[in-house]
Design a protein around this ligand. Structure first.
Ligand SMILES: [Zn+2]
Length: 150
Protein backbone atom coordinates (compact mmCIF):
# COMPACT_ATOMS: atom_id res chain seq x y z
CA UNK A 1 0.00 0.00 0.00
CA UNK A 2 1.36 3.43 -0.93
CA UNK A 3 0.79 7.03 0.17
CA UNK A 4 -1.45 8.71 -2.41
CA UNK A 5 -2.33 12.07 -0.89
CA UNK A 6 -2.23 14.81 -3.55
CA UNK A 7 -0.12 17.09 -1.42
CA UNK A 8 3.41 15.87 -1.25
CA UNK A 9 3.46 14.03 2.07
CA UNK A 10 1.88 13.02 5.32
CA UNK A 11 3.28 14.79 8.35
CA UNK A 12 4.72 12.97 11.29
CA UNK A 13 1.90 11.99 13.70
CA UNK A 14 -0.83 12.38 11.06
CA UNK A 15 -3.65 9.90 11.53
CA UNK A 16 -4.01 7.60 8.58
CA UNK A 17 -7.77 7.31 8.29
CA UNK A 18 -7.66 3.57 8.43
CA UNK A 19 -8.19 0.97 11.11
CA UNK A 20 -7.15 -2.66 10.88
CA UNK A 21 -10.39 -4.57 10.27
CA UNK A 22 -11.17 -8.24 10.09
CA UNK A 23 -12.81 -11.06 11.93
CA UNK A 24 -12.64 -10.81 15.71
CA UNK A 25 -11.60 -14.21 17.02
CA UNK A 26 -11.46 -15.94 20.34
CA UNK A 27 -7.94 -16.77 21.43
CA UNK A 28 -8.68 -20.47 20.93
CA UNK A 29 -9.74 -19.88 17.31
CA UNK A 30 -6.77 -17.54 16.70
CA UNK A 31 -4.39 -20.25 17.87
CA UNK A 32 -6.09 -22.85 15.67
CA UNK A 33 -5.90 -20.59 12.61
CA UNK A 34 -2.28 -19.61 13.31
CA UNK A 35 -1.27 -23.27 13.22
CA UNK A 36 -3.08 -23.67 9.90
CA UNK A 37 -1.52 -20.51 8.44
CA UNK A 38 1.96 -21.54 9.60
CA UNK A 39 1.62 -24.78 7.65
CA UNK A 40 0.28 -23.03 4.54
CA UNK A 41 2.81 -20.23 4.36
CA UNK A 42 5.92 -22.15 5.40
CA UNK A 43 8.44 -21.79 2.60
CA UNK A 44 6.19 -19.73 0.36
CA UNK A 45 5.53 -16.03 -0.16
CA UNK A 46 1.92 -16.40 1.00
CA UNK A 47 1.16 -14.71 4.26
CA UNK A 48 -1.71 -14.48 6.64
CA UNK A 49 -3.09 -11.32 8.19
CA UNK A 50 -3.72 -12.39 11.75
CA UNK A 51 -3.00 -9.52 14.11
CA UNK A 52 -2.82 -10.15 17.85
CA UNK A 53 -2.86 -7.03 20.00
CA UNK A 54 -2.17 -7.13 23.71
CA UNK A 55 -3.11 -4.12 25.78
CA UNK A 56 -1.61 -4.12 29.24
CA UNK A 57 -4.10 -2.60 31.63
CA UNK A 58 -3.03 0.12 34.09
CA UNK A 59 -3.16 -2.28 37.02
CA UNK A 60 -0.30 -4.20 35.44
CA UNK A 61 -1.99 -7.41 36.47
CA UNK A 62 -4.11 -7.98 33.40
CA UNK A 63 -3.85 -7.87 29.66
CA UNK A 64 -6.62 -7.40 27.10
CA UNK A 65 -5.99 -9.53 24.04
CA UNK A 66 -7.64 -8.77 20.71
CA UNK A 67 -7.32 -11.20 17.79
CA UNK A 68 -8.15 -9.74 14.38
CA UNK A 69 -7.94 -11.98 11.35
CA UNK A 70 -8.01 -10.10 8.04
CA UNK A 71 -6.78 -13.03 5.98
CA UNK A 72 -10.16 -13.66 4.36
CA UNK A 73 -12.25 -10.67 5.44
CA UNK A 74 -10.76 -7.25 6.04
CA UNK A 75 -10.03 -3.86 4.61
CA UNK A 76 -7.02 -2.46 2.77
CA UNK A 77 -5.03 -2.26 6.00
CA UNK A 78 -4.24 -5.95 5.56
CA UNK A 79 -2.08 -4.98 2.58
CA UNK A 80 0.23 -2.78 4.65
CA UNK A 81 3.52 -4.64 4.66
CA UNK A 82 5.92 -5.27 7.50
CA UNK A 83 9.26 -3.53 7.80
CA UNK A 84 11.98 -4.72 10.17
CA UNK A 85 13.07 -1.09 10.70
CA UNK A 86 9.68 -0.24 12.23
CA UNK A 87 8.30 1.28 9.04
CA UNK A 88 6.69 4.68 8.70
CA UNK A 89 3.46 3.93 10.55
CA UNK A 90 2.79 3.18 14.16
CA UNK A 91 -0.28 1.49 15.55
CA UNK A 92 -2.33 3.04 18.33
CA UNK A 93 -5.35 1.60 20.10
CA UNK A 94 -8.19 4.13 19.85
CA UNK A 95 -11.39 3.83 21.85
CA UNK A 96 -14.61 5.41 20.65
CA UNK A 97 -17.03 6.53 23.28
CA UNK A 98 -19.13 3.58 24.36
CA UNK A 99 -17.12 0.99 22.46
CA UNK A 100 -16.02 -2.04 24.43
CA UNK A 101 -13.07 -2.84 22.19
CA UNK A 102 -10.50 -0.38 20.86
CA UNK A 103 -9.71 -0.02 17.18
CA UNK A 104 -6.19 -0.50 15.87
CA UNK A 105 -5.44 2.76 14.05
CA UNK A 106 -2.39 3.88 12.13
CA UNK A 107 -0.43 7.11 12.59
CA UNK A 108 2.51 8.38 10.57
CA UNK A 109 5.63 7.84 12.65
CA UNK A 110 7.60 10.24 10.45
CA UNK A 111 7.00 12.37 7.36
CA UNK A 112 5.90 10.18 4.46
CA UNK A 113 6.47 11.13 0.84
CA UNK A 114 3.85 10.68 -1.88
CA UNK A 115 4.08 7.19 -3.43
CA UNK A 116 6.20 5.93 -0.55
CA UNK A 117 5.16 2.46 0.59
CA UNK A 118 3.30 2.43 3.92
CA UNK A 119 4.78 -0.09 6.36
CA UNK A 120 4.78 -0.89 10.05
CA UNK A 121 6.44 -3.43 12.30
CA UNK A 122 4.35 -6.55 12.79
CA UNK A 123 6.07 -7.02 16.12
CA UNK A 124 9.32 -7.79 17.74
CA UNK A 125 8.44 -11.16 19.10
CA UNK A 126 11.02 -13.90 19.09
CA UNK A 127 11.91 -14.92 15.62
CA UNK A 128 10.58 -18.27 14.50
CA UNK A 129 13.37 -19.76 12.35
CA UNK A 130 10.75 -21.64 10.37
CA UNK A 131 8.64 -18.53 9.83
CA UNK A 132 7.90 -16.78 6.57
CA UNK A 133 10.74 -15.04 4.80
CA UNK A 134 10.85 -11.27 5.08
CA UNK A 135 11.38 -9.22 1.94
CA UNK A 136 11.16 -5.76 3.52
CA UNK A 137 14.54 -4.73 2.17
CA UNK A 138 15.46 -2.57 5.17
CA UNK A 139 19.09 -2.43 6.23
CA UNK A 140 18.22 -4.20 9.49
CA UNK A 141 16.06 -6.93 7.94
CA UNK A 142 16.27 -10.17 9.90
CA UNK A 143 15.16 -12.17 6.87
CA UNK A 144 12.28 -13.74 8.83
CA UNK A 145 8.85 -12.24 9.51
CA UNK A 146 8.04 -11.62 13.17
CA UNK A 147 5.83 -14.31 14.57
CA UNK A 148 5.15 -15.91 17.84
CA UNK A 149 3.10 -18.67 19.21
CA UNK A 150 -0.24 -17.10 19.85
ZN1 LIG B 1 12.67 -7.52 7.04
Amino acid sequence: MFAQRKSCFLDNHDLIHLAFSGELLTTKEARRRQLTYDKLVSGSKRTSALLVVREHLPSGNACLRINIDATRIGNVARFINHSCDGGNLSTVLVRSSGALLPRVCFFASRDILKDEELTFSYGDAGVNPNGSKCFCGSSCCSGIMPSEHT
